[in-house]
Ligand binder design. Structure first.
Ligand code: OGA
Ligand code: NI
Length: 338
């Protein structure tokens, strides 16, 4: 039987077998501590040099950070969260009209990660949308709730602008011209996943999303302000990222690891679930243009040394990524190393 969404309104009293992880691959929640020192960067302070220094430090030591004073209006964020909640509260029949397990679809509701490939499922449903160019993709977005297109359109536009500013600072933090990385990435695509993690009867036995890195360039995550669940691998240990009010969590994806010649690492992260409250997170992914060649600029290659990664296009990478399971041992970037 095909997997189907878990936000069906049915209240599970035990975890279905197909979600139970082997003993060696469970979240061990009691051993995870909260990370108190996740960098929080005020990117609206006006001091470009300070911002790029702080972003550079965060990228070198953590691979992720939070931004405040980010210029995305609070009202736009609140409306996005509202529409995400309202969508997942729609009747099952209404949601299932959008259900698909085909990762090449540009708009779909799905569940877990890659139900066709994985052995164990994850306790997550998600609505995945392409967002750029907006006029091309928004017509295919859901029209229920009625205000979906308007609210989501405003949100993705503001988040894209934030992402571009962060990419400029990342470029400067590597000692490059501010538009150098944006030029390498080409006309970037933008995808969004509205992740819904329903209440889980046995959160110790499964994941919302198992440990992974993001295959794109930059991810901008809006966490649920009340319910935490994001964990990041820091110095070999999983730590919980406490949601900071009015902040976005930003992480480096695989493509920025490649473009920075491995200086900045695509950070391992995962989402855990809990037994008393549903959680929502909204992830925006900036993705290089399909035919951009993701090679590090020559300024970052030391004289005479080989770049860490081969030249490859994002289309090649993305195909490889989705042909695999999320929690396979060999990381997808390894296939593209020199
Ligand atoms: C993702 C992701 C984390 C979260 O969607 O790629 O890592 O907290 N989400 O939902
Ligand atoms: Ni992720």
């Amino acid at each position: 039987m095909a997997a189907k969404v878990i936000s069906s309104g049915f209240r599970y009293t035990s975890l279905p077998e197909s979600y139970v992880r082997p003993v060696t691959d469970r979240p061990n929640l009691s051993q995870v501590s909260e990370c108190d020192d996740v960098p929080v960067i005020d990117i609206g302070c006006g001091d470009r040099e300070l911002i790029s220094k702080q972003i550079g430090d965060a990228c070198r030591h953590y691979g992720f950070f939070q931004v405040i004073n980010h210029g995305v209006p609070d009202e736009i964020v609140k409306k996005m969260q509202q529409v995400g909640r309202d969508f997942f509260e729609l009747p099952l029949e209404e949601k299932m009209k959008l259900y698909s397990e085909d990762p090449t679809k540009t708009m779909r509701l799905s569940t877990s990660f890659n139900v066709q490939k994985e052995k164990v499922h994850n306790w997550r449903d998600y609505l995945r949308l392409h967002c750029h160019p907006l006029d091309k993709y928004s017509p295919e977005w859901p029209s229920n709730p009625a205000y979906f297109k308007e609210y989501v359109g405003n949100y993705v536009t503001a988040v894209r602008d934030l992402g571009m500013r962060v990419l400029e600072s990342i470029s400067e933090s590597l000692g490059l011209q501010k538009d150098r990385i944006i030029k390498i990435l080409g006309d970037q695509g933008q995808h969004m996943a509205i992740n819904h993690y329903p209440v889980c009867p046995e959160p110790e036995l499964t994941f919302g999303l198992p440990g992974h890195t993001d295959p794109n360039a930059l991810t901008i995550l809006l966490q649920d302000t009340l319910v935490s669940g994001l964990q990041v691998l820091k110095d070999g240990k999983w730590v919980a990222v406490k949601p900071h009010p009015n902040a976005f969590v930003i992480n480096i994806g695989d493509q920025l690891e490649a473009v920075s010649n491995g200086q900045y690492k695509s950070v391992w992260h995962r989402a855990v679930v809990n037994s008393d409250k549903p959680r929502m997170s909204i992830a925006s992914f900036l993705c290089p243009c399909n035919d951009s060649i993701l090679s590090a600029p020559k300024e970052l290659i030391k004289d005479g040394s080989k770049p860490v990664f081969k030249d490859f296009t994002y289309a090649e990478y993305y195909k490889k990524f989705w042909s695999r399971n999320l929690d396979q041992e060999q990381h997808c970037l390894e296939f593209f190393k020199n």
